[in-house]
Design a protein around this ligand. Structure first.
Ligand SMILES: C[S@@+](CC[C@H](N)C(=O)[O-])C[C@H]1O[C@@H](n2cnc3c(N)ncnc32)[C@H](O)[C@@H]1O
Length: 250
């Protein structure tokens, strides 16, 4: 899931610095001669420290290369893009940001559920349940526990029980629907339905893939909120590559 602008930038790239969360197949859209450099967690390696990533982008840009810094979802949502932009700005290197499809929007779309709903949910909050460098982090549950809002909780799988306890403790009904989406918008997408009360006791049954928690009445499925698992239709990335080529010609 990415914008046409992103496809075109990839097709024109000479260097692509990419993260582990980038979906399979997207790298294939880069120019065949582009150098692809993984800076995220891959095959047991840790991701590069942020300072080294900043330096790598600057190094290649100063060699006069067209550099694409490829991130999963939207770079400006829990993506540390701000730190990279600040660094490049300080060196006078021009930057263009191309928006992406953040996990909250992609996961809601593939589940066919609207994050807002007339008379049910009038706000969407993107929040993380993850502290900086593994620090413990206690969100302001009272502020988040809005019965007329939808929460999109990033990096929340490990903290799922604490999230359930925090939100029910702050007054959200235990029956509030929760949809956990693992590997959203990918061929191996899986969806897990539960309720806040059940999540407070058991957490979520999602596997090791990136998982987003969506919480709120707007997500109440048409069927009963029970543990259901679904899969997504694979996206034809080859067709997207052909589209980018055609757009470049037009
Ligand atoms: C460091 S944040 C990056 C968010 C990303 N910039 C975005 O806009 O989606 C990583 C978290 O985003 C969520 N996430 C990213 N990709 C996802 C996917 N394909 N399916 C479900 N959740 C995803 C998960 O909560 C994951 O722990």
């Amino acid at each position: 899931m990415l914008t046409v602008a992103a496809v075109k930038a990839l097709a024109a790239a000479e260097i692509v610095l990419y993260d582990a969360l980038v979906g399979d197949g997207i790298l294939d859209l880069a120019h065949p001669n582009a150098e692809r450099i993984c800076v995220g967690k891959r095959s047991g390696r840790h991701s590069l420290p942020q300072g080294e990533i900043n330096a790598l982008i600057a190094f290649h840009a100063r060699r006069g290369k067209r550099v694409v810094r490829l991130k999963g979802g939207d770079p400006m949502v829990f993506g540390r893009a701000g730190e990279e932009i600040e660094h490049l700005d300080s060196l006078g290197i021009p930057v263009r940001v191309i928006p992406g499809v953040t996990a909250a929007l992609g996961c809601a779309a593939s589940a066919g559920l609207s994050l807002t709903k007339r008379g049910v949910s009038r706000a969407v909050t993107f929040v993380t349940a993850h502290g900086r460098d593994g620090e413990r982090f206690e969100p302001d549950w009272a502020r988040l526990a809005d019965p007329q809002g939808t929460l999109a909780i990033y990096m929340g799988r490990e903290q799922a029980r604490a999230v359930g306890q925090g939100l029910t403790g702050a007054g959200l009904p235990a029956a509030t629907p929760v949809l956990a989406v693992e590997n959203g918008c990918r061929p191996d997408e899986r969806r897990y339905w539960t309720t806040l009360g059940r999540m407070a006791e058991q957490g979520v049954a999602a596997g090791k893939g990136p998982t987003l928690l969506l919480v709120g009445e707007a997500l109440r499925p048409r069927n009963a909120v029970d543990d259901m698992v679904g899969t997504a239709d694979p996206i034809d990335l080859r067709a997207l590559g052909d589209l980018a080529e055609r757009l470049d010609h037009d």
